[in-house]
Design a protein around this ligand. Structure first.
Ligand SMILES: Cc1cc2nc3c(=O)[nH]c(=O)nc-3n(C[C@H](O)[C@H](O)[C@H](O)COP(=O)(O)OP(=O)(O)OC[C@H]3O[C@@H](n4cnc5c(N)ncnc54)[C@H](O)[C@@H]3O)c2cc1C
Length: 472
């Protein structure tokens, strides 16, 4: 294992890895008044990119602090399944013990690396616990002066086009008063991990057990001694299963592919069974799987992901959410008929989020300033149609429209080339792939046991451009 490299705090930002190529036509850039909705990582990074481009930015944030997902709350919603429209709402889906599932070298913004910093409560590990990510976002916001752009306690209740190139944003302040303002553009950065998507299970209304979605999972204690059915074995499911193994009586994991590829430790394997999906549940508390196996269970825990949800958006049906496809969107960002006034930062999943936010928002900023040209509306629509046809031809269902996984690097490099930014570095690709392989081989220990030292060396070599030690 590589000895920890010790970097002192970030120096003032260097010329950005993301900084746009010079305005070769030497025309003045157009400055717009832009509303950014949400002050999570996506909104903070967007505000920085828009500001760098010379736009005037207002960030609307309904909570009292920045960080979005990374603001952990121990409370859960009044409906643990998260389907009752009248439930009390909690934004973050973090659970108490969460550590990142990506190494910090990958997670940070490209020109503001997420390096260990000294100080009280800091967590220097490669896969740190969640408060460290929030601290990094606070550092980022302070470094780039973002907080002064944020209107806290201000929830956007509607955003719609009033005339060509003018958007009305209506917002509710903490006092309850509703007001509105006009902007040239709206960038939606409200996050995609708050609105639970649950599995449909025949017979569930009469099943006597408890149900909960991972959005409302905080710690394993309520599951002590219970037989738990866990649906889904992606990011949340894999993590939560590891915690439950310590306290639950049995865990039955229902997932689409029974061959998950994960290797489990000998010590826990007897407590876990893998199954295909649930066929039905019965009044007597049993759960029937598609392979005919029957289990008497206490709890069903849905680790089944989230739905896109933009209740404030008024587009007269131009942008819709259909089976979790937000569309039509050109390259997951611009609705052709409303571009560039409306854009979305952060929709794709199975990605490295922050570098993607950086690229997407650099593109949005550049298009708004007229540094970067968009294709015509017709060309963008044709591109979207071709993309949908491609998904269909490859058997990818609609609800996975914004899933990247294998296409991530291609997408990032397309954005980078369009913006005139450097391509996604080779060490990043290598580290991303390695992390996934290592996770599969060592689900319980991949965060503390790794062998990608050469990639870490390359990462810190690059980070030297942006950190004090590297400059001295
Ligand atoms: C359990 C879990 C684990 C994760 N682990 C990792 C990880 O290890 N590494 C990683 O890189 N990423 C991880 N992610 C992904 C994470 O979501 C992203 O890193 C990133 O934080 C998303 O930022 P965002 O700005 O898109 O959304 P969010 O962080 O959700 O921020 C959205 C903000 O918008 C605000 N908002 C919403 N609606 C309105 C409105 N109408 N008006 C005003 N404000 C509004 C919200 O209050 C919130 O502050 C994880 C996600 C989850 C759920």
């Amino acid at each position: 294992m590589l000895a920890r490299l010790n970097f002192s705090p970030h120096p003032p930002p260097q010329p950005s890895a993301m900084q746009h190529s010079s305005n070769s036509q030497s025309q003045p850039l157009t400055s717009r008044r832009v509303a950014v909705i949400g002050a999570g990582a996506g909104g903070l990074v967007s505000a920085r990119e828009l500001g760098r481009e010379g736009h005037s930015v207002v960030v609307f944030e309904r909570s009292s602090q920045i960080g979005g997902t990374w603001v952990y709350l121990p409370e859960i919603e009044s409906d643990p399944l998260g389907v009752d429209p009248n439930r009390t709402r909690i934004h973050s889906s973090l659970y108490k013990s969460l550590r990142t599932n990506l190494p910090r070298e990958l997670m940070g913004v490209r020109d503001y690396p997420f390096v260990p910093r000294e100080g009280e409560g800091r967590d220097p590990r490669r896969f740190p616990s969640h408060p460290e990510v929030l601290k990094y976002l606070e550092d980022f916001a302070n470094e780039f002066g973002i907080c002064k752009l944020v209107r806290f306690g201000t929830e956007v209740v509607s955003a719609g086009l009033v005339e060509v190139g003018k958007w009305r944003v209506r917002f509710r302040c903490e006092s309850g008063d509703v007001d509105d303002e006009i902007f040239d553009a709206v960038v939606v950065c409200v996050g995609n991990y708050s609105q639970p998507r649950v599995a449909e299970i025949p017979g569930i209304d009469e099943w006597p057990g408890e149900q909960i979605h991972s959005h409302n999972y905080r710690d394993p204690e309520p599951f002590r001694g219970k037989v738990v059915i866990l649906i889904g074995f992606s990011s949340s499911g894999t993590d939560i299963s590891q915690e439950l193994l310590v306290v639950a009586k049995e865990i039955h994991i229902a997932c689409r592919s029974a061959k998950t590829g994960f290797l489990l430790a000998e010590s826990v394997i007897s407590k876990v069974s893998f199954h295909p999906m649930i066929k039905s549940v019965r009044k007597d508390g049993t759960v029937v799987f598609e392979d005919g196996c029957v289990v008497s269970a206490d709890v069903i825990l849905h680790c089944t992901g989230y739905k896109y949800h933009f209740p404030f958006l008024e587009t007269n049906g131009i942008v819709t959410v259909d089976d979790n496809r937000v569309g039509p969107l050109y390259k997951h960002v611009f609705p052709p008929a409303l571009a560039p006034g409306l854009s979305f930062v952060g929709l794709p999943f199975k990605v490295v989020p922050l570098p993607m936010f950086e690229l997407q928002s650099n593109w949005v900023a550049g298009v708004l300033s007229k540094r970067i040209a968009l294709p015509s509306k017709e060309e963008m629509l044709a591109d979207v149609k071709a993309f949908y046809a491609d998904l269909e031809a490859n058997g990818k269902p609609k609800h996975r429209t914004h899933e990247m996984s294998d296409c991530m690097v291609e997408y990032f490099n397309w954005l980078a080339a369009t913006c005139g930014c450097p391509a996604y570095e080779e060490w990043r690709k290598g580290m991303y792939d390695y992390t996934h392989v290592n996770k599969r081989a060592n689900l319980g220990s991949y965060r503390d046991d790794w062998h990608d030292d050469e990639l870490i060396r390359q990462a810190y070599e690059e980070f030297r451009k942006y950190t004090t030690n590297g400059r001295s």
